[in-house]
Design a protein around this ligand. Sequence first.
Ligand SMILES: NC(=O)c1ccc[n+]([C@@H]2O[C@H](COP(=O)([O-])OP(=O)(O)OC[C@H]3O[C@@H](n4cnc5c(N)ncnc54)[C@H](O)[C@@H]3O)[C@@H](O)[C@H]2O)c1
Length: 315
Amino acid sequence: MENINVAVIGVGHFGQRHAEKYKGFSHVSLRAVCDIDQERGRAAAQKYHANYYRSTSELLEGEEDLQAVSVCTWPSNLARNAELAISAGKHVMVEKPMALNVPDAEILASLAEKKRVILSVGFLTRFDPKLQRLKKAIVEGTIGDLVQMSSRRDSPYPDKVLDDVGIVKDVAIHDIDIARHLFGSDPVEIRATGTPHNPTFEDNAEITLEFGEGRTAIIESNWLSKDSIRQVCVTGTKGSSRLDYLSRELTILGEAQLHVTDCPDEDPLGQELDHFTSCILKHEKPLVTALDGIKALRIAEEAVKSLQASQCHRL
Ligand SMILES: NC(=O)c1ccc[n+]([C@@H]2O[C@H](COP(=O)([O-])OP(=O)(O)OC[C@H]3O[C@@H](n4cnc5c(N)ncnc54)[C@H](O)[C@@H]3O)[C@@H](O)[C@H]2O)c1
């Protein structure tokens, strides 16, 4: 297979995981890493045997002959770094939430179209083999027509100071994308509630997405729990399914009970980046498109507005 040269921009917690995955692919050369934190960037470069750059501009002006980059910086500057890379003709995997707002995300998408490069967004849950098995059960009619989805992501507060996005754009956005994916359409109505315990951003949210004809997704997330919970339940006209992302248990109950054991338990991030780089080599459209990123972000923005308005009503 042909080889492609890649770099990772932002090698904090998640960027290092991107670097590690790229390093394990035979069809990819991790040429460079970039981070404004020089100590962290240099350490990552040494660890992954890559060259170090301290800014995206320097990386793009360098001599790495890159075809693609992963952008894993803070949400507040994902869009700016992705824009620089796309302008330089690179294919981009930008981490969620893609941008801080929809207009910035739309600029990225139209630039990518103009430059004829792939722009994909880091919704890695889509690459979880168990979620894919659940989607297959829906498509094949095992649980009938999908009526309800209910998801939950609870965790303690992250270690880092939350200064760019709240829980809706940081965490719930994964389940917003999954709801669109499982229902195979866009919601027609969005409502959200949640009382913030943080002066800057919402830290808990209950989002309801109406997909029409009585089909609903309820998405709960918070940073207030002592426990980590990550799960999704779906109910259809003929059955139901439950997936615990952490314990890796998937149960599908159709007309005959079925405990699923027939799907592999591969690493979703590895699958996501393998898919992204393979799409570049094969000139194929990725499973998660820039439009998916924009649509999820738009729903997240509406949810935040609804959540804020619900607090105003209470006053
Ligand atoms: N898809 C997922 O499941 C998932 C999981 C975790 C994080 N993320 C996303 O990944 C991104 C990074 O999250 P994290 O937890 O690794 O954060 P982090 O703070 O650990 O790392 C971010 C890194 O980016 C660097 N950086 C910031 N601005 C930069 C710039 N202009 N140029 C170069 N480097 C820059 C920082 O110095 C830092 O090292 C976020 O957008 C987050 O939403 C996605």
